[in-house]
Design a protein around this ligand. Structure first.
Ligand SMILES: *Cc1c(COP(=O)(O)O)cnc(C)c1O
Length: 391
């Protein structure tokens, strides 16, 4: 611990960007899975999948080890390979673009809308080519993208729509949960997201044949799952039908996930309440734009972003430093993958909105257990940075 940390802990605890909300029930559920002796993918994974299908109104759910592996398998079932283009936002966690590279495809970066920070039919259309096979639409920070207009563009052209809903469990689009609007939707249960299993992910699909293939692909391409073989009273000899992977979730993780899913409604309700307090507390600060619901849906506010205009007296990094000196841990806004060394030299069109957003935005602390008083410290810090008196 350095001196600065020391001073902070003596006065007031640092407010982190995110804290998962895990309790005694999750601990007991994990303990019960361990006591059962079945710790790899088994009955609890199946139960978690069923519970997610019901909660998100999705036809088939396939649990996997992360959203990154979920996206990877989406590329495999779509049969993306060398020479195929897949449109992705650069303004996303880098795993979105990497998934396309895992199968030898070419990620093509499209720009985003300045308000929702998501792809739109217009930004996608600008980069479509005869080689475009799919689009990965990200619901950034939980903010739903406008799926109907994207399907209207892509469906008639035979361009598959994959939703990267890593952050969007509990968000809605035109009144129904994100998860049931496309043939492939990928979810994350990383602790930075809304509900967590430590690490973990899931694929939702409307197609039964894809569900079956995805279940095989996560388990080495096996014709019979290990769980089914275990339950059989007669000899079952499995076959390996294609080159698969080990992308399984464990039953210990799924046990935690089932409890977390039960808390989803309460978590989203509190996140939206905190977001409304931020919106109100920051409304009178000049030079600040804040995240808010789009007209066609509701975000779970997995991230609450603030975008600074030139009217704001500090640069983004200086505001982060200012807040950190007050024991508050914001984060820079959404990254731009095309600016990372991993994509140096990767060709792309101009991405002016992406570059402005990644340079000018930051994410504020927002988590279930954040108290009103703690949140007021964040709001007061920003008002102070803007040269305003406390209200
Ligand atoms: C977090 C995140 C991922 C990766 O999720 P993991 O479960 O950590 O692999 C992918 N895409 C987006 C948009 C994310 O926010």
């Amino acid at each position: 611990m350095n001196e600065v940390d020391d001073v902070q802990t003596q006065s007031r605890p640092t407010i982190p960007i995110m804290k998962p909300w895990l309790g005694e029930e999750e601990a007991q559920a994990a303990a019960a899975a361990i006591a059962s002796g079945w710790v790899a993918q088994g009955p609890r994974v199946a139960a978690f999948e069923e519970a997610m299908e019901v909660a998100l109104q999705a036809r088939h759910a396939i649990a996997v080890s992360s959203c990154t592996t979920a996206l990877h398998l989406c590329m495999v079932v779509l049969d993306i390979h060398a020479g195929d283009e897949v449109v992705v936002p650069s303004l996303s966690f880098i795993a979105t673009a990497n998934a396309v590279r895992y199968v030898g495809g070419t990620p093509v970066f499209a720009d985003v809308d300045p308000v929702t920070q998501n792809l739109t039919a217009e930004t996608i259309e600008a980069v479509l080519s005869p080689a475009t096979r799919a689009v990965v639409v990200v619901h950034q920070g939980g903010m739903p993208a406008d799926l109907d207009e994207i399907h209207r563009l892509c469906d008639p052209r035979g361009v598959a729509v994959v939703e990267d809903a890593a952050c969007a469990i509990g968000s809605t689009y035109r009144g129904s949960p994100i998860g049931g609007h496309s043939d492939l939707v990928a979810l994350s249960f990383h602790p930075r997201k809304v509900i967590t299993t430590g690490e973990g992910g899931m694929i939702l699909t409307r197609r039964e044949a894809w569900a079956e293939r995805l279940k095989r692909l996560r388990e080495h391409g096996m014709s019979v799952s290990a769980a089914a073989r275990h339950e059989s009273t007669t000899l079952v000899v499995e076959e390996y039908l294609e080159t698969g992977y080990n992308f399984r979730m464990t039953d210990i993780q799924a046990a935690v996930g089932i409890v977390q899913l039960g808390r989803l409604g309460e978590i989203v309700r509190r996140r939206r309440e905190l977001a409304a307090r931020y919106q109100e507390g920051l409304a009178s600060v000049p030079g600040i734009g804040v995240a808010s619901d789009p007209p066609y849906g509701e975000t779970n506010f997995q991230s609450f972003w603030v975008v600074l205009s030139s009217e704001f007296p500090l640069e983004r990094n200086d505001l982060i430093t200012f807040l950190m000196a007050r024991g508050i841990s914001p984060r820079r806004g959404i990254m731009a993958s095309h600016l990372e060394p991993a994509y140096r030299g990767h060709p792309h069109l101009d991405l002016p909105v992406t570059e402005a957003l990644t340079r000018r935005s930051l994410l504020l602390p927002l988590y279930h257990a954040l108290s009103d008083d703690e949140q007021d410290r964040v709001i007061d810090g920003i008002r102070e940075a803007a040269g305003l008196e406390r209200p």
